[in-house]
Design a protein around this ligand. Structure first.
Ligand code: ATP
Length: 276
């Protein structure tokens, strides 16, 4: 029942090689005597008998794969599968480009180190003056799109941040708050020529307090949030933050105290949730 690989394989061909449930970008390093040797872009070498290769195992790479430096918007990838996405993120990450779009979705790769200049005041100003897609992918571009859409649509806007533990969700949330606080400050300067920063400051400074009570070191993350957060901000017509609230919720499934995931942590008291 095996479908034999009928495509001519020759040295130098670019292919996607299926290994351990992943599509690896690879090149054919040699092909002779019925034996094919593949070298993946990540350095692994795989040797196969040519007559054992199936369409599932090896697929031709369209257009030779994405550009050597990767592409900014993965919606334009010629091959659309997990391997192509991972490879593109890898190519960009090698150049310290941690952000990549998939249409209007932003994929962020945690650099686990500060990247110079990435979140400075000048970056806030730059992204506040451009629409999503006009500048290289950035978390500030998403925050700016969200802020501008409040007037363009106009209806409530929402940013959903998801990822595994240690992916950078909390840091991304703080960066969005930093951008929105700057926009709020700017709207005040424009409208009343005076700065009142109490709400913005309270927002930014609530972070360390929340983390002091709700974070812990885990094997994945030294500063892991042990509860989820729903952060709500209220803007007035001038674009100034008027107030906000943070609803915390338990993420454990099942929670030891018997509440289902998503239950606000406050509901766990006085039952005292031992995990959340
Ligand atoms: N953009 C970034 N630049 C530099 N370092 C980052 C960035 N994002 C995250 N980090 C680093 O990674 C660590 C983990 O990130 P973070 O706490 O945001 O992950 P998380 O997804 O919220 O994890 P958890 O689900 O466990 O709470 C941070 O403490 C920080 O050191």
């Amino acid at each position: 029942s095996r479908i034999f690989y009928s495509m001519n394989i020759s040295q130098g061909d670019r292919v996607w090689l299926r290994e351990d449930d992943q599509n690896l970008p690879a090149s054919v390093s040699s092909c002779s005597g019925g034996v094919v040797v593949f070298t993946s872009d990540y350095g692994q070498v795989y040797t196969y008998k040519q007559n054992a290769l199936t369409h599932d195992k090896v697929r031709a790479m369209r257009g030779g794969g994405s550009a050597a430096s990767g592409i900014e918007d993965m919606a334009a990838l010629e091959d659309l599968h997990d391997g192509a996405i991972m490879h593109n993120l890898f190519l960009r990450y090698r150049q310290r480009r941690i952000y990549t779009y998939i249409g209007s979705i932003l994929a962020a790769v945690n650099p686990y180190q500060p990247l110079a200049g990435l979140y400075e005041r000048s970056a806030v100003e730059l992204y506040s003056r451009h629409h999503l897609g006009q500048m290289p992918p950035h978390i500030f571009a998403v925050a700016n799109e969200c802020y501008r859409a409040l007037w363009r649509r106009p209806r409530n806007q929402c940013v959903l941040i998801s990822g595994e533990s240690g992916a950078g969700k909390t840091e991304s949330t703080k960066l969005i708050l930093k951008f929105l606080s700057a926009m709020s400050q700017h709207s005040l300067e424009v409208s009343s020529k005076e700065r009142t920063s109490h709400v913005e400051e309270a927002l930014l400074e609530s972070g360390p307090i929340m983390e002091a009570f709700g974070n812990a070191q885990t094997v994945y993350n030294n500063n892991s949030s042990r509860f989820g957060k729903f952060v709500q901000l209220h803007f007035n017509q001038k674009g100034n933050i008027q107030g906000g609230r943070i609803v915390d919720f338990c993420m454990f499934s099942p929670c030891l105290c018997g509440f289902s995931p998503g239950t606000p942590v406050s509901s766990h008291i006085p039952k005292t949730c031992t995990v959340g």
